[in-house]
Design a protein around this ligand. Structure first.
Ligand code: NAI
Length: 468
């Protein structure tokens, strides 16, 4: 069987690349080792976690946020089994959607383990051990990433007591105490889910801040809000051991700056200390495909590896491990393989943490601008001064717009607040078009909306916000 493009992996990078390539007239096949399409994101990542984040937020809101609005409800009762069924149904409809799109676009699929045999040759090994060889002008590695574990610490993840994000989506009961190792995106999202459902949550984080790499001011205020919600933090704490003990586990950690080691007991420990590129068993070494010093597939600016005709996109290459970054790379690569120009603007890739409130950012942080010696202006507007936010009891948080001091071009926007993950996109579009903060501040925004806070923060960079 011969194809124009064979893609190994059907996550957001792989499946989007496949659809786009098929839309552009190429003959496409996808190899996937899971029984369903969609990769980590749709099966055990973004989608199921959002289903649980939404459901747990509703549960928490029903119990805590309604009374002040004059809606008196009796104490909500948790039906965890039903909540999990909602999550599973959400996953099923999404993965079925990808299968439907493959059929619609006449994309062939092979379930099994894909292996690169060299330029133009790929094999698929099915669960029954049967090997099929396929030929293709182009081969795309879109195999994503896997749980990295704790650097330098041997931990056995049993997905029951010591869990990765996968097991954290499958707990059969609400733990009394969940210890989260790593105060990054996964830790805070999944910690929020179980915290809202009644667990005590302790986050142990190596750095002095949660969400390292995000805007420092946002991270600080966000931590205060999560603290008010009951989440506990041990910052500047290096986890040195995680071991099961009786029906639970013990987490050992020591202050990064030196000092006495401590242990905490937990019913469940979530290991959320990052992910690593997934390259095992793909035949990359035999095919001569070069990896970089961090185990990622090395590519040029056209996503081509050192082996002509073999490409890679998504979590398995350099850059943020985000589904939408992988999707955009998939589209760009499909366009290039079809002889068109493809491009990803890495300066404008939004990042969202789907907690309550949400955290969203696009472009540079203040810390990055300072480190690069860029002269910038910062404009800030709090949601407490926004009419719609008050009406919705969503006053926590703020919008920060960072613009070049000379040209006024917007360089970064950071939002902490309800709906931040949606609000950020007006900033992304503006930045994609090279817009200025004056462009943003002079754009008419509907009243009353949370979006007005974005406009007001832009106004604050070159003049004064109206409502402050
Ligand atoms: P992360 O890299 O965001 O955070 C890991 C944290 O663990 C870091 O803050 C690090 O300092 C800490 N850490 C490492 N070793 C430690 C130790 N020994 N003791 C204490 N703390 C330690 O990784 P995370 O949260 O596991 O996420 C993995 C990837 O998945 C990320 O690239 C993330 O962007 C992506 N993701 C994105 C989501 C989104 O966009 N909403 C949701 C979930 C995951």
């Amino acid at each position: 069987m011969s194809y124009d493009v064979i893609i190994i992996g059907s996550g957001p990078g792989g499946y989007v690349c496949a659809i786009k390539a098929a839309q552009l007239g190429l003959k496409v096949a996808v190899i996937e080792r899971r029984a369903t399409f969609g990769g980590t994101c749709l099966n055990i990542g973004c989608i199921p976690s959002k289903a649980l984040l939404h459901a747990s937020e509703m549960f928490h809101h029903a119990g805590h946020g309604m009374d002040a609005l004059g809606v008196e409800v009796s104490k909500p009762k948790l039906n965890l089994e039903k909540m999990m069924a909602h999550k599973d149904a959400t996953v099923k409809s999404n993965v079925d959607g990808v299968a439907f799109l493959f059929k619609k676009n006449k994309i062939d699929s092979f379930i099994g383990h894909g292996k690169v045999l060299g330029a133009g040759k790929v094999s698929v090994t099915g669960d029954d051990g049967k090997v099929t060889e396929l030929e293709s002008k182009n081969v795309v590695i879109a195999t994503g990433s896997d749980v990295a574990g704790i650097p330098g610490v041997k931990v056995t993840i049993d997905e029951k007591i010591i869990v990765s994000s996968t097991g954290a989506l499958l707990l059969e009961k609400v733990p009394e105490h969940i210890v989260v190792v790593g105060g990054g995106v996964i830790g805070l999202e999944m910690g929020s889910v179980w915290g809202r459902l009644g667990a005590k949550v302790t986050v142990v984080e190596y750095l002095d801040t949660i969400l390292g790499g995000m805007d420092g001011e946002v991270a600080k205020q966000f931590q205060r809000i999560l603290g008010k919600q009951g989440m506990e933090f041990k910052l500047g704490a290096k986890v040195t051991g995680v071991k099961t003990s009786g029906k639970g586990a013990k987490v050992s950690f020591e202050p990064v700056k030196g000092g006495d080691a401590q242990t905490i007991d937990a019913d469940v420990v979530l290991i959320a200390t990052g992910r690593k590129p997934f390259t095992e068993g793909l035949g990359l070494e035999e095919a001569g495909v070069v990896l970089d010093e961090r185990g990622r597939v090395r590519t040029d600016s056209h996503y081509q590896t050192n082996v002509p005709g073999v490409y890679a996109i998504g979590d398995v290459i350099v850059g943020p491990m985000l589904a939408h970054k992988a999707e955009d790379e998939g589209v760009a690569l499909a366009e290039m393989m079809a002889g068109q120009a493809g491009h990803v603007n890495y300066n404008v890739i939004p990042g969202v943490v789907y907690t309550s409130p949400e955290v969203a950012s696009v472009g540079k942080t203040e810390e990055e601008l300072k480190a690069a010696g860029v002269k910038y202006k910062a404009g800030k507007f709090p949601f407490s001064a926004n009419g719609r936010a008050r009406a919705m009891q969503a006053q926590d948080g703020f919008v920060k717009v960072l613009a070049d001091a000379e040209t006024d071009r917007v360089l970064g926007v950071h939002i902490l607040g309800v709906g931040a993950g949606e609000l950020i996109h007006e900033a992304a579009v503006l930045m994609e078009f090279g817009g200025s903060s004056e462009d943003l501040g002079r754009t008419c925004h509907a009243h009353p909306t949370m979006s007005e806070a974005v406009k007001e923060a832009a106004l604050a960079t070159f003049g004064k916000p109206i409502h402050l």
